[in-house]
Design a protein around this ligand. Structure first.
Ligand SMILES: [Zn+2]
Length: 462
């Protein structure tokens, strides 16, 4: 049963040869198709579609879908027009596009062509090319088969090729095979956690689709950058599902330069504007405050109160929910809900929910820049948090001062959970003032509106 892998490696050699051939004859080709090949995969495209069907049935029950015929029609027409230009498209893929009734700016793709675009994307996109960019990027995950590639990696990691043989040999339903590997379906499934390499590949496919369909191929990478800057809290989920490749814009630009002559741009935004306006007249998406998801045995904190208490010190002031409390721990101010501090095995307490503020003095003399100083702070945080991972970093302004917004993931003090951290750093005299907003990864979205409110209330002393 290791035949699959062998056949694949032969495919790899062939792909490498073709790539080399392309490298020595780059000039003559007008419409240069980038060398995009899916990673190793033990499944067939038909199995991608089969998995996607079962998976989407589950997701449809988990998420609030928007049932608006006009918008769905528009999205499906646009989506089908775009995927007609996708490389490696397979006849087995179904290409169904759905709208999630959520204001969060997010989109995701399931294997086999089931693509979900949040209503928040329509809201934030400035033109059809940007929306097309999101769809094209997600289509890239489908045609590069990233979901079943992750499943294939899990198969190998779990038991090596012998297990691959025995599991695939059962010829059962692919979803039940994955369940044996502990890979569940659902909105938090590991199958949706793409690597940076997969994101870069989806960017490449996306830019290529846009280019061939007559849109500005830069629109996708630009949209990701614009929304990260404009709506830091509304995009956190997106960037935790989609680790942001470093140098995304430059990489995409490099790719685009190889496609060939610029095509005539698709500039008619009238249909897009019409849909955007009609969505704006519908009742707003339900706020997903819900009960934070926590493992049984822990007590999730009560919901943050809507009314606030004011906190002020010499360096800054802010408002926080009035059912939270404030505590000074060494040089850090911690603001947290009841139950937001977790006691570890050795009696130490760590913050699992809430906000904290601390002052960091960079070691690199007086002429430091905020980005370098933030990097230094992250390095020092990593010494006590080896699992700390940067997902995304962008510039922003905090009360008129330049600031750096960094989205992080780390192990949570809540057992068995990962946490999401949003770090905002700003320079104050010779030090960095660092605001951190934290919650277990599964609950971060529920806390985002509260964190947003605190962030907006911050006042910096002059
Ligand atoms: Zn992606």
């Amino acid at each position: 049963m290791s035949l699959g892998a062998e056949r694949h490696s032969r495919g790899r050699i062939l792909a490498t040869l073709i790539a080399q051939l392309l490298l020595i004859t780059p000039l003559a080709l007008a419409d240069n198709k980038p060398d995009l090949k899916p990673g190793y995969n033990f499944y067939s495209p038909r199995e991608d579609a089969e998995l996607g069907q079962e998976y989407s049935a589950q997701v449809d029950r988990q998420l609030p879908l928007l049932d608006d015929a006009g918008a769905l029609n528009y999205l499906n027409n646009l989506g089908k027009k775009l995927v007609a230009f996708a490389p490696e498209n397979q006849p087995d893929y179904v290409w169904k596009f759905r709208i999630v009734n959520s204001g969060q700016i997010n989109a995701f793709a399931l294997p086999g062509g089931y693509i979900y675009v949040n209503r928040g994307v329509f809201d934030a996109a400035e033109n059809e090319a940007q929306l097309a960019g999101v769809i094209a990027h997600e289509s890239g995950h489908v045609v590069m088969r990233h979901g079943t590639h992750i499943a294939s990696q899990a198969l190998v990691a779990e038991g090596g090729l012998a297990l691959v043989g025995s599991i695939l040999g059962q010829r059962g339903n692919i979803a039940s095979q994955l369940a044996q590997l502990g890979l569940g379906l659902g909105v938090d499934s590991l199958l949706l956690k793409n690597s940076r390499a997969a994101e870069t590949q989806a960017d490449e496919v996306g830019a290529y689709i846009l280019y061939r369909a007559g849109y500005d191929p830069h629109a996708m990478a630009q949209f990701f950058q614009i929304v990260a800057r404009k709506y830091p809290q509304r995009t956190l989920q997106f960037f935790s599902d989609h680790p942001n490749p470093e140098n995304r814009i430059q990489d995409v630009d490099k790719e685009i330069a190889q496609f060939g002559a610029q095509r005539a741009g698709n500039m008619d935004d009238s249909a897009f504007e019409g849909i955007k306006q009609s969505l704006a007249t519908l009742s707003p998406p339900p706020e997903r405050k819900g009960t934070p998801k926590i493992d049984a045995g822990n007590h999730p904190p009560p919901l943050p109160s809507e009314s606030v208490t004011h906190y002020q010190c010499t360096m800054f002031a802010l408002d926080y929910p009035d059912n939270w409390q404030v505590q000074h721990a060494e040089d850090t101010l911690e603001i947290f809900p009841p139950g937001g501090m977790v006691t570890g095995a050795e009696g130490e307490t760590s913050q699992a929910y809430g906000a904290s503020v601390s002052l960091y003095e960079p070691q690199q003399g007086k002429n430091w820049g905020l980005i370098d100083a933030t990097q230094e702070l992250l390095d020092s945080m990593r010494q006590s948090n080896p699992q700390l991972q940067v997902l995304q970093q962008t510039g922003m302004t905090l009360r008129g001062s330049p600031a750096v917004s960094t989205l992080l993931q780390n192990d949570s003090p809540v057992q068995g959970q990962r946490e999401t951290d949003h770090l905002v750093t700003v320079r104050r005299r010779d030090a960095v003032l660092a605001f951190v907003f934290v919650a277990p990864a599964g609950s971060f979205q529920a806390y985002a509106p509260t964190f947003d409110k605190i962030l907006q209330s911050i006042d910096l002393a002059r």
